[in-house]
Design a protein around this ligand. Structure first.
Ligand code: ADP
Ligand code: MG
Ligand code: ZN
Length: 620
């Protein structure tokens, strides 16, 4: 588990060694082939010289014969290690030995010494090539561990002491904290849960936009429970070589098991858990294997063994469904962008570590930073402190923070939406339009939340409605109420702001689809009567069967009639919505003001505000 990637120094040393080895090999080879001090004689010439009595001694090898000439008696005898005077390539000559004996040449045999230097050279070359190859492989694989660390997971094991994050450091995500508290309690005192036989969630998926504090929350869980925090990013699992990722997963869980109780945190789960059988691009097979291994591991470990897997993603919609099944990441915790009071709390958390002048008004900053995630707010405070430091001041002032906000906002505008005051107003009226029409017409569901905090990637604001009971059927009046609710946003914009905007596009397409289904599928039009003109059924957003988008087979006149009827259904719903909102004009304005200030209202608050406003209206 503690396998670390080789430090760069080490790797540099190794490549140096490889280069040296290659050099040495080359030198040895050259030495072999370089014309040495010894002259090479033709065999015939050798024979002639022996015959002439000029040769004093020879050493006969398998392939070569080396020898020395006779020296004049006055000359010093050759030192034993000095090079021979000549050498000859040996030929099959049966008269060689008799001739040497006859001429009084001293001779001895030897195994050719050359094979030794040859094999030494070859061995060194081989070694050099191996080293070089390994070095190249490492470069290809990137800095993520070489051949020897194949399949070793690089989970950073942070001991208990290293996790200093606590729940107090994470603000504005109270709901998520509440849900995770259970995990903390289990890790602290698993016995209590085991005694009752309660099954503890094995995997918890943190879902939310980037920078909202998912990683921070996961750490805080480990910090609160005082257990080790083993973290890995999904993209780290997916390697070039098939099978490596799977081995990593196996490794990771083995290590976790050894340290239980502990938290395993997989960041960017989507990089690994993308639904299988998607695009056939690249390392698809590798990712599938890795994902399968993860599923196997999560299923495999015994219940209540003290390892809890947390994962984070900002794209839950692309995750493989198998990951979300019971016993895996069956619990999902939404970590959304903070509302105004949440932003205030986050600002306060980050203000703890910087010194702020007394004129800094956190309330105002919180009010002006709609759409900022926790990371953006942390960034804002830091920028403010930097500006103060650059001025040489000892504390950041309100002006510093104001300037910091402008800087951060400029960066944010490129990445995501920061609404202008006019746009915020428009979003508030639009959402309120949906909410009030939905609330007044009732129907099968009640409004549970209205919000103007941008959510996810698409919506600028949203209105949540929840059915009051399980529904399998819907009546015509309920459908008409829903249709009016859908159109309520656009109607409110037209009524109270004078004109409509592009913000209602998806409302309109949903409404049209719904109206079409009412006319051609459900026989809810007076003039067409109980005819089913639909084709290609599918389950729609309302849990009902709907026509499959496109035109039906009915031609000419009938098609015109269908269009007219759809238009009639839509326009009727629109006038119902208009009536509802017109009757409550002053209430809409006062509730919109509250919504702009608070940024979200839950269903109860909305109902209370509506009642109060209507009562005041009647009294006036
Ligand atoms: P995510 O994992 O959701 O992308 P991070 O947890 O990495 O976001 O957040 C990055 C940084 O932003 C954190 O280290 C922290 O300083 C700050 N931050 C984000 N959300 C919060 C929050 N809810 N409360 C306090 N600080 C936050
Ligand atoms: Mg993160
Ligand atoms: Zn809308």
């Amino acid at each position: 588990m503690n396998e670390r990637e080789p430090p760069t120094d080490d790797r540099r040393a190794r490549s140096l060694l490889a280069a040296l080895t290659v050099l040495l090999g080359a030198v040895l080879l050259l030495a072999e082939f370089a014309p040495g001090a010894t002259a090479v004689l033709p065999y015939s010439e050798f024979r002639t010289r022996v015959q002439a009595g000029r040769v004093s001694s020879v050493v006969i090898g398998d392939r070569m014969i080396r020898g020395r000439y006779r020296r004049p008696a006055t000359a010093a005898p050759p030192r034993p290690r000095s090079p021979m005077d000549f050498e000859v390539v040996r030929v099959a000559d049966p008269q060689l030995i008799p001739m040497l004996a006859e001429k009084g040449v001293a001779f001895e045999g030897t195994a050719d010494a050359r094979w030794l230097s040859w094999s030494l050279t070859a061995g060194l070359m081989l070694l050099a090539m191996l080293l070089l190859g390994r070095w190249l492989l490492q470069r290809v694989q990137g800095p993520t561990g070489g051949v020897l660390s194949f399949g070793k997971s690089r989970g950073r094991v942070a001991g208990e002491k290293e996790v200093t994050v606590r729940f107090d450091d994470v603000a504005g995500v109270d709901e998520a904290k509440r849900e995770l508290l259970e995990v903390v309690e289990f890790l602290r005192d698993a016995e209590r849960f085991k005694r009752v036989g309660a099954r503890i969630p094995r995997g918890v998926l943190l879902v939310g936009p980037p920078g909202t504090g998912k990683t921070l929350l996961a750490k805080a869980v480990a910090g609160e429970a005082r257990v080790p925090f083993i973290s890995l990013s999904g993209s780290e699992f997916v390697e070039m070589f098939v099978g490596v990722g799977a081995a990593r997963v196996r490794d990771l869980f083995e290590g976790a098991q050894a340290q239980a109780p502990c938290i395993v945190f997989i960041d960017e789960l989507d990089a690994l858990g993308r639904s299988r059988g998607g695009s056939g691009m690249g390392s698809n097979e590798e990712r599938e294997q890795t994902l399968n291994q993860l599923l196997v591991e999560m299923d495999g470990f015994a219940t209540n063994n003290g390892v809890i897997v947390l994962a984070a993603t900002n794209r839950p919609e692309i995750l493989d469904a198998a990951l979300l099944r019971p016993g895996r990441f069956d619990r999902q915790v939404l970590v959304d962008r903070p509302d105004r009071s949440g932003r205030l709390a986050i600002l306060k958390v980050h203000a703890r570590t910087v010194s702020l002048a007394p004129d800094v008004d956190m309330e105002t900053i919180a009010l002006e930073t709609t759409g900022y995630a926790g990371a953006d707010l942390a960034n804002l405070i830091n920028e403010g402190a930097l500006l103060a430091a650059r001025r040489g001041a000892s504390a950041a002032t309100g002006a510093d923070l104001q300037e910091a906000m402008e800087r951060v906002a400029a960066g944010l505008e490129r990445r995501s939406r920061v609404l202008s005051p006019d746009e915020r107003r428009r979003v508030a009226y639009h959402e309120l339009g949906h909410a009030l029409v939905g609330e007044v017409l009732g129907g099968a569901s009640r409004v549970t939340k209205v919000s103007i905090v941008p959510r996810g990637l698409g919506a600028l604001g949203y209105t949540l409605k929840r059915p009051t009971e399980d529904r399998y059927l819907m009546t015509e009046s309920e459908l008409r109420a829903q249709l009016a609710t859908l159109l309520g946003g656009r109607v409110a914009e037209a009524l109270f702001l004078g004109e409509v905007s592009t913000g209602a596009a998806s409302d309109l397409s949903q409404a049209t689809e719904m109206a079409r289904a009412m006319v051609v599928e459900f026989g809810m039009s007076q003039r067409l009567g109980a005819l089913s003109l639909g084709r290609g059924r599918q389950i729609g957003d309302w849990g009902l069967l709907m026509e499959n988008g496109g035109r039906s087979e009915h031609g000419g006149e009938l098609a015109d009639l269908v269009d007219t009827e759809i238009r009639l259904v839509v326009s009727t719903a629109e006038s119902v919505a208009r009536k509802v909102l017109e009757d409550r004009g002053p209430a809409v304005h006062s509730i919109a003001a509250t919504l702009l200030e608070r940024e979200h209202l839950d269903g109860g608050e909305l109902r209370t505000l509506l009642e109060e406003a209507m009562r005041g209206d009647v009294a006036r």
